[in-house]
Write a protein that binds this ligand. Sequence first.
Ligand SMILES: [Zn+2]
Length: 356
Amino acid sequence: MPSCRSCGAAAGALVLDLGEQAPCDLFPLVTDPGPDPVFPLRMWLCGSCGLAQLVEDPGTAEEPAGIEPRALTEQAADAVRALTEAGIVRPGATVAEYGSPHGGSWLPLLRAEGMRETGERADLVLDCFGLMHEPDQRAAMAARAERVAPGGALLMQFHSLASILAQEQWNALRHGHFAYYSAPAAVALAAPAGLRPGRSWTFPLYGGTVLLELRRDATPDAATDELLRREHAAGVTDPVRVAGLGHAAGAGARRLRDRLTDCAGSGRRVVGYGAASRAVALLRHAGIGPELLPEIVDISTAKHGRRMPASAIPIVGPDTLRGDLPDAVLLFVPDLLAEVRAAFPELAGHAEWILA
Ligand SMILES: [Zn+2]
């Protein structure tokens, strides 16, 4: 078994096993018959620091930056407003960003507030979903802490494990994402790098996203104390509670398969929407192929003419939703519901929405 990517401890528990999965950033051409390579996809919870983490990774290339969902850009604006009110974002201060390979930079917003980028130490070191992509969590946190100028702060944003548990978002687990932070595990990761928690903000993005302030001299404010207490109480460091994700995965996959089998049996045509990485594991775990889901719409033209990894489901353009209207749309990214509805008004009153 592994040793912890944060604290190095060897004791822990396997909490989620999604079996053999294709790298979710591999979208073969529809003409490529496969078989596609598959790798174990498993989550382990450290018994010492409580960090939930990816066990093994195929080491393949990251999914390229796609078109950002509106929910992501709106949250970035909300977060920058909160940081401006808190005095962390201010004109003339310097910023260094550790971005996510999926895109979503806050730099344009920060520049508009008068901040300056620097390659040196910065008043604000920003990590927005970047750190989770680092295999060596301890080293990556140390590198970020090193970039914090005297009196400065590291702002770390993560999709909280507490939200993943509360909403049974087991398919947040994917190759290339090495860590699934709770607030307590994030605090434990920051401590050896000399950083302590100060203020924190939570946003509804992905069902619960935390922005945590870390400084050399900080003390947690009341909201952060309460966040840590609430997440502990929710069982984020308890292997039995976190293993609930594994049970949810099995049940969720069976439910979706039954739903699509019903639709197929009654001759109702279902189209998928959003060939996102999270769809890959769900489809394979549920054993869903083109016989149950004949196509998946994605607005990224780079994916058209390709298919889902480890399944033969082709990825097509949005025109599919405008011509021969489907009876139902299976949405793999529930956050997109409002904007997909708005983009395809012709579906209203015709197609049912199924949220994966
Ligand atoms: Zn650990």
